[in-house]
Design a protein around this ligand. Sequence first.
Ligand code: NAD
Length: 502
Amino acid sequence: MKAIHISSILERLCIQNVSGTSPSITSFSPVDGKAIATVPITTRVDYEALVGKAGVAFSQWKQVPAPKRGEIVRQIGDALRLHKQDLGRLVSYEMGKSLQEGLGEVQEMIDICDFAVGLSRQLYGLTTQSERPAHRMFEQWLPLGIVGIISAFNFPVAVWSWNAAIAWVCGNVCLWKPSEKTPITALACQKIVSEIFNRNDLPQEISCLIQGDAELGKQMASDPRIPLLSATGSTRMGKSVAQAVAARLGRTILELGGNNAIIITPHADTKTALLASVFGAVGTAGQRCTTTRRLIIHESIYESFKVQLVDAYKQLKIGNPLDEANHVGPLIDEAAVNSYLEAIKRCKQEGGKFIVEGGVLKGDGYPSPCYVKPCIAEVEPHYKIVQQETFAPILYVMKYKDLEEAIAIQNNVPQGLSSAIMTLNLREAEHFLSVNGSDCGIANVNIGTSGAEIGGAFGGEKETGGGRESGSDAWKAYMRRQTNTINYSDKLPLAQGITFNL
Ligand code: NAD
């Protein structure tokens, strides 16, 4: 196993430990329970000063032509390429995901920068036909101002970049509050991008970082100087943010909890279905918004699939995520371990039967109290616990008789993020994607629920919040649309044929 030399990584990423009396957050790694570094918490006075500077930075940044803004984002992408190994290792160590996933997360940041560079030359508006002679109508897209970003611990850097890279080419400045559980990776990103803005004689406050917990997030939500707040996290957080932002008629992008299911039909390629189910359920120790939480399996293959699933779980290696031999790392903290244990208890109380038992792992090879066993329970779809998202590797399996029933089970939860069907049958696949099929923001065929490419618009429905980030035309949420009409005649014809003679 490769050892992680965290102090040299922090040094290369220019991260200094603060010490002193001011309020601060110390980040502990779930990998080995050790303190990584301490950062100061943003006070109200610091916040006010920074938002003021962000406003000034916006007045400069919005004047820079969009393709030139894209050039700056291109440089950020290059800087991330340079720091990929260090940042990826830090992500793994601070969040607890595997090294491959940590590096993959940084790769997503690089990819979204590339996407944003291309986009910077394509922020197209429409030209429309005017009903009046000698008039020209068109629409243009203009930047919003300060875009607030609140992110969750499980994608400590990628979600920020999905928002920031797009927001920047659109001409906005960003104010980022990362999760209080992953402040160090955020600081590393801030150092990387500040260097690029400095080098280009641009204000650093095009990218602002603030550190703190839910209270600081609430402050952002009620701040009218932030016209758009993109918030990623639990549905509980989203409901609070949505109300506060709506009360001031601001805009939100909400990326909240999921309760994702895979339907496995008798026409599935079993090998693909098994791999997708296991990776989807245990990858990132079940701490992805797109984690597979439910398997809805046709009754004719239920027993045989279950046997293969149990067998696959026996082969899982749990341990230090920086060791590439391990499949599953730790949960983020002991509170997450407690939620996992509580969900198992409640599932059993409702009648769930565990075919792979859960539990906390202790002893050699588990240097923190956050390592748990991925587990599988046979359940009925209506159990209350099955309706909820537990952010841990607990997989619920259930049977169905016909596809209509399977789709109804899949849709009959409050969340609507990601969904999948495993089938080689064209009719089943198309039905799942039709108006009578999945009600989720993401619906896949022969791919699991977990993971998404940056080129698509990412997000979900219902209690997942309804926002879209990343690719496709998600950029439109980061701009305001202005409809323009120019009259180049010497008359003033009114719309709708109205005459107004003076
Ligand atoms: P969380 O809701 O506890 O915290 C997320 C962020 O919101 C943190 O920065 C936190 O400080 C802040 N916050 C919490 N309450 C707030 C409030 N009332 N007002 C303003 N800010 C507040 O979530 P978490 O435990 O960090 O992350 C796990 C959750 O995030 C899961 O539910 C997961 O599904 C969800 N998630 C969703 C997506 C998505 O794209 N849909 C992506 C990643 C994670």
